[in-house]
Design a binder for this molecule. Structure first.
Ligand SMILES: Cc1cc2nc3c(=O)[nH]c(=O)nc-3n(C[C@H](O)[C@H](O)[C@H](O)COP(=O)(O)OP(=O)(O)OC[C@H]3O[C@@H](n4cnc5c(N)ncnc54)[C@H](O)[C@@H]3O)c2cc1C
Ligand code: SF4
Length: 490
């Protein structure tokens, strides 16, 4: 044997990273299940199950291919590597560049050498050169560059369909009584059962833990959901937990799928004429635009970015985030219950319900970030940090987004079916029946009016405060709402 190849649990692809050039005669494959990763925090069991079972299945597939695989449990990744290194007489260790600053430092200090992380479509250095030339880091500018550079949905130098973005055609509310095609169920095997038993977790069939299952999920999306992805992308309904979202983020993030495979399938489906440009462009933008942009920004903004708290938000995490019975807000109750069940909700509940609530209640960004990291199946440091700190709660003062995503109940009422059965009324901002979102939205704007008045994208909203004849009453109600939420009684 000549080398040890260290495989992080998010590098599970045979054709990318350090495995790309591996061969079973020269390379020992090392995977470490660290106690820090499994017991270090209050992780959602579905998330742990998915990560661990995927890694064990992947290790098995490498063994089947003839590799020597060392899969061990240890206190930390480095402890694990020390044990494996002792056994193989200190062979050199290589790995693809890790996906977080902390892991990068730890492995580097231990002496691991890196090959480029090619689990994304954009090399970190390329993103860095783009970002270094920008005055503001608009995702839309990056996305157009990506379309041209990767030659995706392009007609020469022009975008296919005559526009870069078809969001005006999208953004429909949920249809009434919506069922949609059934979701794929993933059958469990011996490895799944073993991991489930170790974790004390009852097995569900929502998430695949193998490459075959991830490919089946991708096929299911393109066959049954892609055509309707765009129009219903922003809708929320308790009648269908995923609408037409792809459910591919866990596999893209742990390596079972590569972005290039998803994009190839998307462009094939589009060119076959089965899918309209609104859906095709909308979905492709998520993968070659948002996903790449968020990863690029994580590395560009640096390790201290996660500590930003520019709006000085100091409230402790509200009890409703961990227990849906601690609120009567129907939208939040439904969303947190869904997370408890599957470790997933789609983009709009993450942004316009959970983050919006953290933002308008002035919840401490780092406490909110840690909770989000623990409960989502697809949460990794590189993707959660910019999405929460930059997009979700505007804790970076606008480095990533041009304005905060704050909204009252009217938006939630328009885009979901949550409000009808709710005890609160999205149209009211004062009184006992007032929707907490509506009250707190105005209170938030009022608390930060000096800061936001300087932002031309916010000035109209701030100006709207002048029309509120009941502002003093609203401020009193906002205090009652915040107290009630803190006590888990509202
Ligand atoms: C506050 C907040 C936190 C988020 N945390 C995560 C996270 O921890 N992990 C994660 O993968 N995504 C995160 N997202 C992005 C997005 O919500 C999820 O990628 C998406 O809901 C996953 O479901 P899906 O695969 O069905 O996505 P689809 O709606 O089908 O979208 C397709 C793909 O686009 C990519 N994508 C879309 N938007 C983003 C984005 N903003 N950042 C990165 N990738 C994106 C994902 O890979 C996703 O699989 C977050 C968004 C917000 C607002
Ligand atoms: S009324 Fe307000 S709290 Fe109730 S579901 Fe609608 S937005 Fe949520």
């Amino acid at each position: 044997m000549k080398r040890i190849i260290y495989l992080a649990f998010d590098h599970l692809h045979r054709d990318f990273g350090a495995l790309k050039q591996a061969n079973s005669a020269d390379d020992v494959i090392a995977l470490v299940e660290s106690a820090r990763m499994t017991t270090g925090r209050n992780w959602h069991k579905e998330r742990l199950f998915f990560l661990i079972s995927s890694a064990r299945h992947f290790a098995q597939s490498l063994e089947d291919e003839g590799f020597t695989v060392e899969y061990i449990k240890a206190a930390t990744t480095i402890n694990g590597l020390e044990i494996i290194s002792d056994k193989y007489k200190a062979l050199p260790i290589i790995s693809a560049e890790p996906s977080s600053f902390r892991q990068f430092t730890a492995l580097k200090e231990y002496g691991v050498s890196f090959v480029e992380n090619d689990f994304f479509l954009t090399p970190r250095s390329l993103f860095h050169s783009w970002a270094s030339e920008q005055k503001s880091y608009l995702m839309e500018s990056f996305y157009r560059k990506q379309r041209t550079r990767l030659n995706i949905l392009m007609d020469g130098k022009e975008p296919v369909g005559g526009a870069w973005n078809f969001d005006k055609e999208n953004r429909l509310p949920p249809p009434k009584k919506y069922e949609g095609p059934p979701y794929l169920e993933h059958q469990r095997d011996e490895i799944d059962r073993e991991v489930g038993a170790e974790l004390g977790h009852s097995l569900a069939t929502t998430w695949a833990t193998t490459r075959t299952g991830a490919l089946a999920q991708m096929k299911n999306f393109f066959d049954n959901h892609f055509a309707e992805f765009g129009p219903l992308e922003d809708a929320m309904t308790n009648e269908n937990w995923a609408l037409h979202h792809s459910l591919l983020s866990p596999y893209l993030n742990n390596g079972l799928l590569h972005a290039s495979e998803v994009i190839q399938a998307a462009t094939n489906a589009f060119h076959s004429g089965k899918v309209a440009i609104e859906s095709a462009e909308g979905f492709i933008r998520q993968i070659i635009g948002w996903r790449e942009y968020v990863n690029g920004m994580y590395w560009f903004l640096g390790p201290d970015y996660r500590n930003n708290n520019q709006l000085e938000a100091e409230r402790r995490l509200l009890p409703l985030f961990t227990d849906p019975n601690k609120t009567q807000m129907n939208c939040i109750k439904e969303t947190v219950s869904d997370i408890n069940e599957r470790a997933w909700v789609h983009h709009i509940p993450r942004l316009m319900l959970l983050s919006n609530l953290a933002l308008v209640t002035g919840t401490n960004p780092q406490e909110f970030l840690e909770w989000m990291r623990e409960v989502f199946i697809d949460a990794s440091e590189w993707v959660m940090v910019p999405n929460v700190i930059g997009m979700g709660v505007y804790a970076d003062g606008g480095r990533m987004m041009t304005k905060p995503y704050a909204a009252g109940g009217a938006y939630i009422s328009r885009m979901s079916n949550y409000c009808k059965p709710c005890k609160y009324d999205p149209k009211l901002r004062t009184g006992e029946s007032a929707c907490p979102f509506t009250t707190l939205y105005w209170d938030f704007l009022d608390r930060h009016k000096e800061t936001f008045a300087k932002n031309h994208r916010m000035s109209q909203q701030v100006f709207g405060l002048n029309r509120l004849t009941d502002l003093p009453e609203l401020k009193v109600r906002a205090q009652e709402v915040l107290k009630g939420l803190e006590l888990g009684k509202l």
